[in-house]
Structures are given as structure tokens and as C-alpha cells.
Design a binder for this molecule. Sequence first.
Ligand code: J2J
Length: 539
Amino acid sequence: MLEGYKPWPENLRKYYQETGCWTGETFGGILEQQARDRKDSIAITDGEKSITYQQLDERVNKLAAGFMKLGIEKEDRVVLQLPNTIEFFEVCFALFRIGALPVFALPLHRKMEISYFCEFTAAKAYIIPDVFDKFDYRDLANEINNSIPTLEHTIVAGETDNFISLEELYMDDSASFPTITGSDLAFFQLSGGSTGLPKLIPRTHDEYIYSLRKSVEICRISQDTNFLAVLPVAHNFTMSSPGVFGVIYAGGKIILSKYPSPDVAFPLIEKEKVDFTSLVPPLAIVWLQAQKRTKADLRSLEVIQVGGAKCSVEVAKQIGPAFHCKLQQVFGMAEGLVNYTRLDDDDEVVIHTQGKPMSAYDEIRIVDEEDNELPVGETGQLQARGPYTIIGYFNVEDHNAKAFTSDGFYRTGDLVKLTEEGYLIVEGRDKDQINRGGEKIAAEEVENYILSLSGIHDVAMVSMPDKFLGERSCAFVIKNDEELTSNDIKDFLQHKGIANFKIPDRIEFVDRFPYTALGKVSKKNLRAMIKEKITQKSY
Ligand code: J2J
């Protein structure tokens, strides 16, 4: 058993098995099954290159043999940072087949995040593209390579320089793969985080495949589905709600878009007769604008999901009529619980709520600050427990004691209220996180980076309202070097190597912070201060 991973206790395992939630299926098994059932059907296409289920299964076996030859074994961690490409799936399923554990980094992650993932998980390998979106990942690999003692292999999909070529790892070797069971770990997802560095979310085959099965049922994904992935497939939403893995579970077709912009995505919708896709709210706004003047035929679209951040009522109202399709709101989290509006719900529900839990086995409660349950209709903190909601992050015992209740509920940090019909409306958040159009930023993580710059006395980062992204970030800074400018801070963060979306959108220099009665910096007051300032300027 992997050190730092706390497996599900026996009683819960039994319960979820006996109730039929957990079936013992594995990702490897699902692909093998589809290779038999869906043989020559296209599994994945990027609009140019396509692969059938059978070809995918064969390529996966060859790559799995190559990984084994390199010495990658069951439970070894592999940081995977590939964009929306067919290789992403080949690598993923090859690692699943040998029981190695992908750690799903996002393409926007940079040196600080990647070296942390590698170090924290003691990763054996790091897999990257050569260049994507004008960024050379080999430079990043060169920067971190020598600092991570466990990292034995850097593998590149594309032009390799002096690294290992992914293409050369596919081998005709009749390797025998280890046995993988449903209760084995499958991979690590990343949490949006609220304290310090991002937490790692361990997922087993059983629990994740259950969430796929329920999502496929609710979203009516089938062999006929043409699912367009425009957001990064490594993100939990695009991966599992129902996401690309849900589509593989159902034997449908995945269409990969490298970029989410309408000029790339719309022609793919027309060409591939896309019927289902998932967006974050700002992207929905961009698509709504572009739809008015596009010549692309988008009539195949049946469902557009919006999730990851709150979709405003104004935007929600427009989507169905503009695209002649159904809107589905999705309120989920990489830690587990996913809520969907249902495809036959009234417009009223679809426009005004963020859906209801997908499983009858999801247990949710809405509580006050003392963990007392609140009556229906009152806003409080959402807690969740169930067959696909984790019971602990990887290797952070102290944090787990705070993030989970003593009876195993996950404290989501979301402020929600429940309607009489059992639907959730997201009202806000009581975690120290900024949701920048679906990209999550843990304020403390960025504050710590800024504090490491000389000339900074103190810093507090909060969200500020933004019409397009919903929220942007504003760092309030007390400096002790008069000369220090906003650009110095931004340049410092850029050079340090953090994902671009974490760099504060705005920096406000102040002499002191407002404090709460308990002597803590009042982020509530800071949010009010910046809100007032920007609304005065009518941004
Ligand atoms: C308001 N806030 C939302 C929504 C997520 C499906 C969909 C989304 C995610 C995801 C996911 C929201 N309205 N509709 O993993 O499988 C905020 C909440 C939540 C946090 C989780 C999935 N949908 N949120 O966004 O792990 O604050 O997962 O707790 O990235 O996003 O973020 P993440």
C-alpha cells in the first residue's frame, strides 16, 4: 500500500460493493471491453488524426510494455502534463494498465507547481509535450530535472531533444501486466486548494468509475455521443462529468479541441457533428457572442454543460435559445460530489439552480459554523459524503483533520442553499480561494510566493468581482521598500514560475490591513474595499 494513502475502511467498502455502487471494474477492463464491443468505431479524433477503440487498446498495450521496460511499476507516480491530444489517452490508459499512477497536472502549470507535484509524490517520471501554446515544456523539464532525486525519466511527446521519446516506447512485447482491482488506486487529481500548496486527491477505479456510470446515465451519453472536449481533459470536470472518461465508458466518440476558442471549436462541431460539450461560464459568454456571427453549422449540439464556477442567470437564460440545445448546469469538485440539473428539468430549475447530487447514495448537509444542520432554504456550508467523494487527501494528515468531519464528510467550503425540490444554489464560498472563471487559486499559496520577495512586509489576496470571469484576484500589499512596483511583483512571480492565472490581476499597495475582532486580517473588508473602488470606476 502506498505510504500516505489511507484506503477506504472495510465497512464502507463492503457497503458500496453490496449496494452495487462499486463493481470492481477497472479502467483497463473498460478499454478492453470497448475494444471488443466497439472495435472499429472511432474512440478519439482531433479533427485530423483519429484512433479506433481497437487501435487505442493495442497502442495502450504497446506503450504499457514500454513503460514497464523503463522500470515504471505498479503504484509508481508519473506526473502527466499533456494537452488535449490522443497521446494523453494512450499514456493514461497505459499507466492504468500497469497500475502506475498518473498525477494530472494542467498544461498551464509551471516550475513551482510541477516540481512540487514531482517532489511531493516522489514521482518517477514526468511526461510532457515538446511545445504547446508557444511554451516549450522541455525548458521546464530542464529546469526541474536535477532538483528532484526520484525523477528518473522525462518523456516527451514530439521532438525530444535529449529526453526519452514517447513514440519510441511503443513496443511489440508480450509483456504480462500486473493484476489491477477496483479498489486499487488509479490516479491523483488536483484540488483547487485553499491553504498552501495544492492537495492531491487519490482516486480508486471503483469510486471514479461509479461517478462515470452515474454521469453517463444522467447525461444520456451513449455510443452515438460525439463529445467535444475544449477545456483541458486533465481537469476533473472535462474528465469525468461525464467528460472524456465517461464517453469511453459509454463507447462514444471524443473530439479533442486544442483550444476552446470558437474559431477552433465551432468548425469541429460542424465537421464532427458534436452533440455534447462542457464549458466554464466565461467561455459560454465568448461562445454566445461568436454564435451570433458564425457561419459554422452548430445544429448538431444537443447539450451544453456549464460548470466550474457560478453561471449567472443572464448567461444561463441565453444558452438554450442561442444554440437550440439544452443547458445543463454542473456543480462539482475534484474531491467528489457532482450535482447536475437533469435534461428534462424545467427551464426555471436549469437556469436558477446548480443541480442536485447525481447519486441516491450522496449524502449532503448544509451546516452553520458550529456544524449544526440548517433548515431547508437557509444558506450554509456544504458537506458531502458518498461513494465517490474522497475521505482524505494524500499524505496530509493534519489538513485532513480539518477538511473532513469526524464522521467522514468532506467540508466543501462552498456556501449553498437547498430548494424544496432538493436542488442546490451556490451562494458563495467560505474557503480562502479565488475562482477565476473556473480556474481555482488558493490565496495562501500566492501570498507565500509574494512574501518571499524582498521589500514585501505583508500581503493578502482576495477576489474582486469581474463581469467576464466572475472573479479576478487582487493582492493587497504592505511594502517596506518604497521603490517596489506592481510590475516588480508580477515579474518576480513570472520568473519564479507559477501558472499565469495565479498572478494577481491587480495589486493595491496599502499601509495597513483591516482586522477582525479576533485579530485576523479581514479579507471580507478587503473584498469590500476593492469592490467599492472598482465599481466607482464603473469597470
Ligand atoms: C459555482 N461554483 C462551482 C458551479 C464548481 C464538475 C464540475 C466542476 C468541477 C470543478 C468538477 C460550480 N457553480 N456550477 O470537478 O467534476 C466551484 C465550487 C467547488 C469548486 C471545485 C466537476 N462548479 N464550482 O470545478 O475541483 O467552489 O472542480 O467546490 O476544479 O469549484 O473545483 P474543481
